[in-house]
Design a protein around this ligand. Structure first.
Ligand code: HEM
Length: 368
């Protein structure tokens, strides 16, 4: 799936050479249950005393990017990325280096190794550069948000955003908004089941969860419901969803083929990518205008939480362009991550009814 490949790539790319301790011992994972279609990486033990290899000694397929791109294409890599990665981990060990097209990465599977890396990064972690996304911003002369910024500028924006997005105090504001969206989703599911006349609802759940995640994240960020659970979807909201889907879809090929090249030859994928981001940024512009209109109309202080975007505008600590850039990235970062994780969670719960019951009991106990 194109969307998940972007996310997996997030974990996997470090452009500057990194030297990491390599775990040496590999043993098969025992007692793990898995279906025949699920790829499983053999469990490995990290041993902090193991020696450090130089960048060029990291095993993997990184000598011929073009040949690797051809093989990736032959294996239908965009759809099979997870299988290919697991196979590579099983072949090369828990840390392997790879070059597909122009895209170079060091892939790590053990959480312990990831922790070592994150600790070593210090105050200015090197962020993944999604070339397609930075190319669009350079092309349109737009600012980078926290996902794409680096160094001091990243830190400064991030510290301000932390207060508005992840501090426990503000999370309280999000709960009623997310609760409303969650309840509406459940109502929609029941309605669909009732309407089917067969006491069940057969659907493409990934699409439904994509809408659920987008509705949730929009509600928190923009303080506005998009109305994605309605039978009639507002054409502007529909255009916004189409743009997000198109943005993810067109990102995948540009992870491996340089956007600058695609732009030069006027490739459709690049033109579609630009059109998609234009639509996404237009939505942010529309929301900002609505917020200003709302603020002008309000006489006294409003009791209702207005959403992250309005809060940032009211705080006036970041420039409007910086706010727009980070809000757009928060939106782009919050949709596929949540929906795909939920999809897998539901799949696993469906396969393990006893766990489902346990979880239900835990939720019920917490609510009572
Ligand atoms: C299960 C859900 C999620 C997963 C698995 C996930 C995964 C990730 C990963 C792997 C990174 C990169 C970390 C790094 O480079 O060190 C990241 C960064 C980021 N994510 Fe998420 N994410 C999730 C949910 C969300 C949500 C809900 C939002 C927004 C509402 C979001 C917004 C962002 C942003 C803005 C960044 C960049 C942060 C920075 O560089 O300062 N993510 N996420």
């Amino acid at each position: 799936m194109s969307i998940s490949s972007v996310r997996m790539a997030r974990w996997s790319v470090w452009r500057s050479p990194v030297v990491l301790p390599l775990s040496r011992m590999e043993v098969p994972m025992t007692g793990a249950r898995h279906s025949s279609t699920m790829p499983v990486a053999r469990q490995t033990y990290s041993d902090s005393s193991s020696f450090v290899r130089s960048f060029n000694d990291i095993p993997g397929l990184w000598k011929n990017g073009v040949a690797n791109l051809y093989n990736f294409w032959k294996l239908d890599g965009f759809r099979n990325l997870h299988h290919i990665m697991v196979q590579n981990f099983n072949t090369f060990g828990p840390i392997y280096r790879e070059k597909i097209g122009y895209y170079e990465s060091v892939n790590i599977i053990n959480p312990e190794d990831a922790a070592i890396l994150f600790k070593a990064e210090g105050h200015y972690p090197k962020r993944l550069k999604v070339e397609a996304w930075t190319s669009y911003r350079d092309y349109r002369n737009r600012k980078y948000g926290v996902l794409l910024k680096n160094g001091e500028e990243w830190r400064c924006n991030r510290v301000l955003l932390n207060k508005e997005v992840i501090s426990p105090k503000v999370l309280e504001n999000f709960v009623p908004l997310l609760d409303e969206v969650g309840n509406d989703f459940v109502v929609r599911v029941h309605k669909k089941i009732a309407r089917s006349g067969q006491n069940k609802w057969t659907t493409d759940l990934s699409q439904e969860l994509f809408k659920y995640a987008l509705e949730s994240v929009s509600s928190v960020l923009y303080g506005e419901r998009l109305g994605l659970f309605l039978d009639y979807i507002d054409p502007e909201a529909q255009h916004f969803i189409d743009c997000i889907s198109l943005m993810f879809k067109t990102t995948s090929p540009m992870l491996y083929i340089p956007p600058a090249l695609l732009r030069k030859v006027g490739a459709k994928v690049w033109r579609d990518h630009v059109e998609a981001w234009d639509g996404i940024f237009n939505q942010a512009d529309r929301c900002i205008q609505n917020i200003y209109r709302r603020l002008r109309q309000e006489t006294g202080p409003s009791k209702k939480y207005p959403g992250v975007l309005a809060s940032l505008l009211l705080r006036d600590k970041l420039s409007i362009e910086d706010i727009k850039a980070s809000i757009t990235e928060l939106m782009a970062g919050g949709v596929d991550t949540t929906s795909i994780t939920l999809l897998w969670t539901l799949y696993e719960l469906a396969r393990h009814p006893n766990l489902q019951e346990e979880l239900r009991a835990e939720v019920a106990a917490a609510r009572s």
